[in-house]
Every structure is written in structure tokens, then in C-alpha cells.
Design a protein around this ligand. Structure first.
Ligand SMILES: Nc1ncnc2c1ncn2[C@@H]1O[C@H](COP(=O)(O)OP(=O)(O)O)[C@@H](O)[C@H]1O
Ligand SMILES: [Mg+2]
Length: 382
């Protein structure tokens, strides 16, 4: 590999373009290997009888953490795992990592995915992927849609219900789709999310409000094909990563588009929690088609939309954008995942990565080096 790790004395002179001193973590260590802490919430770490049946769906499996650690160590770095629990603030002080590979979902409340980035920012510890604000925005689907709409990106009409008896907006027509305003991994989404009449709508809204203790997002139902588009890169990505050839002139990689064909899944037509939880090859799982058979013009449009959606909310380095077609074939943005799942066997981003022969190890290292370069830890390629 032709990139090198920045040493202390180089740090002042080797600042990457657009580098702001506010992002420099003090004490970037003078050593060629980093101690990388993988920070995550692990499935099964918390046991509670409270909350919805799919609580903790976003948490990661130990094998995901191990796979990320193996990738990091294969590049000569050290790794450790840190649980994203309330002890993290103290354990970070003891472990003192050079950089954190962040996949933590956080511990409840709004903007939970921004909790670990906020803590790391406060402690001035470098971390991978999107920063505090973008992680907070992306978990909030209505806020994300509002920003996209303002930027002229295609989103369906929508309404947020906080009480449940608010009058339905005039631009919303049945069938409608109801989901928790701030969850992920298909939480609160099953066949009942599609509602065709007023009574069903009200019942479903109340169920979301009570079960998830958060507003319900109601939007136009999109009956068409479903795609997810991975985003990787940054305008200056080529300067810093182990695989510069992956990036186009604009600094972004183009993953093949993944189609999720859920019509023969356990929840036909809806890619909700139950459908997502079934391993790829098993009965009841959706079909994952990569690259999606698409008219090149539509494929290019989906790529452009995903990139714009990523930039509008200020996401950095990596994300995954979910898109669905309307009845007449027009694409609409559904949501963005600034912490896309990284389970090597089942996560959408890993499926598309493998499909184009970008091994899991390389994907993880790209994310690591893109992150590290934002803190002046990687010398730019000349
Ligand atoms: N407006 C909609 N119309 C049709 N299906 C939808 C709509 N919104 C969400 N879905 C379905 O629900 C799934 C989960 O919704 P999404 O917004 O992606 O949330 P999550 O964060 O849980 O992945 C989607 O993958 C899609 O299958
Ligand atoms: Mg989604």
C-alpha cells in the first residue's frame, strides 16, 4: 500500500484540503500503527421486558464486530472492542484509542445514533463515518425528508402525527404507509404498515405512538420496485485510501444498485423487520438482486439521487440510501442510513460490495482511512 500514516511532526504541514483545526484530535500518536476501537451496541447485551418486540433490532452481532476487527488488524493495526453503554465515557479514557470505528446505535431517545459521535467529539477522539449532526438527522425520517424536499429532491407527501387525531393532510391519499419516525432495521414495519382506510390509519398511528413512544410518520404508499444505493467517498478520497482507483473524478465510488424484491418474502411487498431478519438464502427472505436490472438512465438517476441525499444532510464517507418507485415508475427517496449495517453475511452494503468483488476487508479499510484522513492521520498521496 502506498499511503502512509502521519507522524506527529508531519501533522502541521500535511493537512488535507478543507481540513479545519477544530477537527484535530490532540495527541494523535507518533506511531505507525493505530489502536482502533470498534464501538458498537451488541445484540443480547441488554435484557428488558419493556419496549417493543423488535427492540434492539439495530444492535450488532458479535461476528460483525469480529469481522471488522479482523479487517483492521489485517492492515497491521491493533483493535479492541468497546461497548456503547453508559460506561463508555470512562472506558475511553482508559483505553485511549487513536481512532474509533463507530457502528454504535446508541441507547434510546431521539438522535441515539449521534450519542457516541457526540461523546467522541467532546473527548476529541477521531472516529469513522458521519459526524454528530448527520447521524442525528438521518435517524429522524421526517426531518430528513424536510431537508431533501427543500433541496428539490423527490420525496413523497408526508405528515407527522404526535397525538394521533390530527386531521389528515389534503395531499395524502390512501393507500398510505405508517412507520415510526425515528427507528431503523424495519422496526415497526410489517404488512400492517400499509393502510387503506381511515380507521386502519388511526389504529396504526396509535400503535406506533404507544409501542415506540415517538411520533408516527405517515406517507404516500409507494407500490413500485425497491432499491438501496451505497455511497462511499468524498471529493478528496483518492488522496488517502488504500484503493484510490475505486473513486470517480468526483471522489465517490459507484456501488452496483441493489434491488430488494420482497414480494415472495414473509411480508410480501414490505421490507420490514421480519423480512430483514431472515438470512439471505433462507425461505421467506426477500430476493437481493445486484446489480439490479435497470435502464441505464434510471440507474444513473438513482445514483445521483443517493449522492445528493447523502450530501444534503451532511453525511460523510459512507451511507446507504433507500429508494422506491411510485406506480408510474418515478423514484422517491425513503430514507438514508448513515450507519449502514456491516454484517459481512447479510448487510445490504456488504452484499453489493461482494457482488462487485470489493472484499469486505477492503470496504472496512476504505471507511477507516477515509475517517482517519479527516483528522490528519493519513498523509496525502502525492
Ligand atoms: N412510503 C412507503 N411506501 C412503500 N413502502 C415503504 C414506504 N416506506 C417504507 N416502506 C417499506 O418499509 C421498509 C422500511 O422502511 P424504511 O423507511 O427504509 O425504514 P427502516 O429504517 O426501518 O429501514 C422499506 O424498505 C420499504 O419496504
Ligand atoms: Mg430502510
Amino acid at each position: 500500500m502506498s499511503f502512509s500514516v502521519v507522524h506527529q511532526q508531519e501533522e502541521e504541514s500535511e493537512k488535507p484540503p478543507g481540513f479545519s483545526p477544530a477537527h484535530i484530535a490532540p495527541g494523535v500518536k507518533d506511531r505507525p500503527q493505530w489502536l482502533v476501537a470498534v464501538i458498537a451496541n451488541v445484540k443480547g447485551a441488554y435484557h428488558s421486558n419493556e419496549g417493543p418486540a423488535d427492540a434492539g433490532a439495530e444492535y450488532d452481532k458479535p461476528e460483525t464486530i469480529q469481522a471488522i476487527r479482523d479487517a483492521i488488524e489485517s492492515a497491521g493495526h491493533h483493535s479492541t472492542f468497546m461497548n456503547a453503554d453508559p460506561q463508555l465515557a470512562f472506558s475511553l479514557r482508559d483505553v485511549n484509542p487513536d481512532i474509533c470505528f463507530n457502528i454504535a446505535e446508541g441507547n434510546g431517545d431521539d438522535a441515539r445514533e449521534a450519542q457516541v459521535p457526540a461523546l467522541l467529539a467532546m473527548l476529541r477522539i477521531p472516529y469513522t463515518g458521519s459526524r454528530v449532526l448527520a447521524n442525528a438527522i438521518s435517524l429522524d425520517k421526517p426531518l430528513t425528508k424536510r431537508l431533501w424536499k427543500e433541496a428539490g429532491l423527490p420525496v413523497t407527501p408526508y405528515q407527522v402525527f404526535v397525538a394521533g387525531d390530527e386531521p389528515l393532510q389534503k395531499d395524502l391519499h390512501f393507500p398510505l404507509f405508517v412507520k415510526p419516525a425515528m427507528e431503523g432495521t424495519g422496526m415497526g414495519v410489517d404488512l400492517g404498515a400499509r393502510v387503506t382506510r381511515e380507521e386502519e390509519l388511526r389504529k396504526r398511528i396509535l400503535w406506533v405512538l404507544e409501542t415506540y413512544q415517538q411520533p408516527a410518520l405517515v406517507e404516500t404508499y409507494l407500490p413500485g420496485r425497491e432499491f438501496t444505493v451505497g455511497v462511499l467517498g468524498r471529493p478528496d478520497a483518492k488522496l488517502y485510501t488504500p484503493r484510490p482507483e475505486l473513486y470517480r473524478a468526483d471522489g465517490f465510488h459507484r456501488f452496483p444498485i441493489l434491488e430488494i424484491e420482497s414480494h415472495r418474502s414473509v411480508t410480501p411487498g414490505v421490507y420490514g423487520y421480519n423480512a430483514k431478519a431472515i438470512p439471505i438464502q433462507e425461505e421467506g427472505a426477500p430476493a437481493y438482486i445486484s446489480p439490479a436490472p435497470l435502464d441505464p438512465k434510471l440507474a444513473e438517476r438513482l445514483q445521483k439521487m443517493a449522492l445528493a441525499a447523502h450530501k444534503v444532510i451532511g453525511a460523510v464517507d459512507v451511507s446507504r440510501v433507500d429508494i422506491r418507485l411510485s406506480e408510474d415508475g418515478k423514484p422517491f427517496l425513503m430514507e438514508i442510513n448513515t450507519l449502514p449495517g456491516l454484517n459481512p453475511a447479510v448487510s445490504d452494503l456488504c452484499i453489493v460490495s461482494e457482488a462487485e468483488k470489493l472484499p469486505y476487508r477492503d470496504l472496512i479499510l476504505e471507511i477507516l482511512y477515509l475517517g482517519a484522513s479527516r483528522y490528519g492521520m493519513v498523509a496525502p498521496r502525492r
